[in-house]
Design a protein around this ligand. Structure first.
Ligand code: PLP
Length: 389
């Protein structure tokens, strides 16, 4: 029996318009727009120069296309997808609809991105609950132990487990199947901010079974800023949105009947859509970006990044830089902690001089390539790092 193996992905640099003299290794910060995504936005602008004709159906068709694409990407029904403007927005929807009782807790990861922290802090303060942050148990490699501590922190008083798929500063991987299993054992909801993984890491809603899954569109999905997507599972079917938009009400497709007010929302997660959902510039861009990701496939994107970074981690670890073990690190983000006594400001200056773009987050240098990068970008980084102890 032969097993079908997807061919590896070739470098996609020609689909982008990156500065030739720069080494952009910072997708975890801001994903560059592919040319065709920018074109889709410009088409949207051109159409609004003279909106004739502009049928009312256009307010819905592209939104539904975006839902369908994202649903396909994460293996979920399009109806369960909401179109939102930011991760904070989606996480605020989740927090608003997952009430805590006095004495209950929300388990999060230490130093998690703030979009997945503040909404829980408010909710806990309002209801006499508590946010339990599970801190990294020590310098890397400590991913395995961190995951164990995370499971231990989920107990009978846990109402929500709110996690990323991998840590935003250094790519430490969270075993979401294990965390989800433990959450279900105690009846807690699982909420995931996958802003630093979806697009570059496969995600299967059927397998991980989150109650809510949120991601921004502007990083690994290579879409425009101010776009984000949310999957909301059955726990949210009768929930309350952040806004009371007319377009999320049942029958809103009939523009003649908008003043036949109704208390009913549209089917599915559309009730959580942001006002002015049908952004005629951003939504077509998001659709084009999702089409590219679906064409390239997250598994192949991840493998492309992993191969690019192969060897760098070993080389640096041998010279005293602290790096998470491969088994507990997502392949598209490499966080390296500088050896004792290294000057971060000096490193920043040398990277800038070599036009190597990566992020310094805390005491880690975060390197996050994507399909437009070539080995020469990693070589440029390697040369700068070689000038340090
Ligand atoms: C894990 C994670 N979540 C969310 C965001 C952005 O959140 P928001 O859309 O609320 O600005 C970032 C940005 O760096 C992030 O790293």
């Amino acid at each position: 029996m032969s097993i079908a193996v997807a061919p590896t992905l070739a470098c996609q640099k020609s689909r982008f318009r990156l500065d030739e003299g720069a080494h952009f290794l910072n997708c975890a910060y801001l994903g560059p727009l592919p040319r065709s995504v920018a074109e889709a936005g410009m088409d949207g602008i051109r159409e609004k120069l003279s909106p004739t004709p502009f049928p009312s159906a256009a307010f819905f068709t592209d939104c539904d296309r975006a839902r369908e694409r994202f649903g396909r990407l994460v293996n979920a029904d399009a109806e369960r997808i909401a179109l939102i403007p930011s991760a904070s927005y989606g996480l605020a929807v989740a927090a608003r609809n997952l009430r805590l009782e006095r004495g209950q807790n929300v388990v999060i990861l230490g130093e998690q991105f703030p979009s997945n922290v503040y909404a829980w802090r408010r909710q806990a303060a309002a209801h006499g609950g508590d946010v339990r942050a599970v801190e990294r148990p020590g310098p890397p490699p400590s991913g395995e132990l961190w995951n164990e501590r995370l499971l231990e922190a989920i107990d009978a008083d846990t109402a929500v487990v709110a996690l990323p798929h991998c840590h935003w500063t250094d790519g430490t991987r969270i075993d979401l199947e294990a965390a989800g299993g433990r959450a279900r054992e105690v009846g807690a909801a699982l909420v995931i901010d996958a802003s630093q993984s979806i697009g570059a890491v496969p995600f299967d809603v059927e397998r991980i079974r989150p109650d809510a899954l949120i991601t921004v569109g502007y990083k690994w999905l290579l879409g425009p800023y101010a776009t984000a997507l949310g999957y909301f599972g059955p726990r949210f079917d009768d929930g309350v949105p952040l806004e009371e938009t007319w377009i999320s009400r049942r029958g809103s497709e009939d523009f003649q009947g908008l003043v036949d007010y109704t208390d009913q929302y549209r089917e599915g997660a559309a009730r959580y859509d942001v006002g002015q959902t049908s952004n005629f510039i951003l939504i077509p861009m998001l659709i084009e970006a999702l089409d590219l990701i679906l064409e390239w496939e997250p598994a192949r994107i991840l493998e492309y990044c992993r191969v690019l970074l192969e060897g760098l981690a070993e080389q640096l670890r041998g010279r005293g830089w602290a790096i998470e073990d491969e088994a507990w690190r997502a392949g598209h983000i490499l966080g390296v902690r500088l050896p004792e006594g290294c000057d971060l400001a000096e490193l920043e200056g040398r990277l800038a001089a070599a036009r190597v773009y990566a992020s310094l987050r805390g005491d880690a240098l975060r390197v996050s390539p994507n399909v437009y990068n070539e080995p020469r970008d990693i070589d440029a980084l390697r040369r700068v790092l070689a000038t340090f102890a």
